[in-house]
Design a protein around this ligand. Structure first.
Ligand SMILES: [Zn+2]
Length: 272
């Protein structure tokens, strides 16, 4: 009898531990990869004619992701506001229970730490500089031609994936333009992606209706979070070389080196 009770207690303890420890999810946001966004003169910065429309779309796509993570039983959902110096979202428009990190610079150990999250999700993401995608770029500088990590070209999602990988956190899902989805799948073949738009012609875009994009994001995030334990983080072997190549001045190159990817980034950004 006592062994039965012991078993029951163990089962209950295990069940409550599972409930308390649903996956912890970090959502990294940007604006250039949102549905319907294709004009940097009108849609990306405060004061521009269609900026409030972009903010509305951002909030809709982000909340769709929060809903998917919630549905899949996430125990922690944190949003890191990644556009324009981390000041694009409004906390009164974010769905519970997600928390919102804003402000610049975000302390590195606050943004990410060893196994702080089980998976990273990108919303509104664009492809790297030089890619055939909508508003493709790397970092805020229009003068960056290419960024590489140990010789491999990376955009913003690749840099986040490398830092996440250092902390054993995999990237698991991305919503953005079609080129960004392809870039994500090259990094993480098991990622669940939602192409909310694609580049057509030189500067035009073909976007899904916002309501459909939101439904697809909720479904995709739910699936990714449900299978979060099956993803591998991107581990970069050290020493790590972080290289920036500029188009202006043309041919200018900077290198930052470290024993780990974190040290290489600290070399560039300065220690926290
Ligand atoms: Zn941005």
């Amino acid at each position: 009898m006592s062994s039965m009770i012991r078993l029951l207690v163990l089962v209950l303890l295990y069940a409550s531990a599972c409930l308390a420890q649903g996956p912890k999810i970090l959502i990294v946001t940007d604006m250039e990869g949102l549905g319907g966004v294709n004009d940097r003169e009108e849609q990306l910065l405060p004061g521009q004619r269609r900026y409030e429309e972009t903010r509305r779309i951002l909030t809709g796509e982000v909340n769709a992701a929060v809903q998917g993570a919630k549905d899949a039983g996430a125990s922690l959902i944190v949003i890191w506001d990644g556009h324009d110096g981390s000041r694009s979202l409004a906390v009164d428009e974010i769905l519970e229970p997600a928390r919102l990190i804003q402000g610049k610079p975000t302390p590195a150990n606050y943004y990410m730490g060893p196994k702080m999250y089980d998976g990273i999700i990108f919303i509104g993401q664009h492809a790297m500089a030089g890619a055939h995608g909508v508003l493709a770029h790397s970092q805020s500088s229009a003068t960056i031609k290419q960024i590489t990590l140990n010789g491999k070209p990376v955009g913003e999602m690749g840099q986040v994936a490398a830092i996440g990988g250092y902390f054993d956190i995999p990237v698991i899902m991305l919503a953005g333009d079609e080129a960004a989805c392809q870039e994500m799948l090259a990094l993480q073949p098991k990622a669940v992606t939602v192409a909310v738009k694609k580049l057509v012609g030189k500067n035009s875009t073909d976007s899904l209706p916002h309501a459909q994009a939101k439904r697809m994001i909720t479904d995709a995030v739910r699936r990714a979070v449900q299978q979060v334990k099956t993803y591998q983080p991107w581990k970069l072997a050290g020493p790590v070389d972080l290289m920036f190549e500029y188009s202006n001045p043309a041919g200018k190159i900077s290198h930052f080196q470290g024993q780990t990817v974190l040290e290489a980034f600290e070399g560039w950004l300065g220690k926290p």
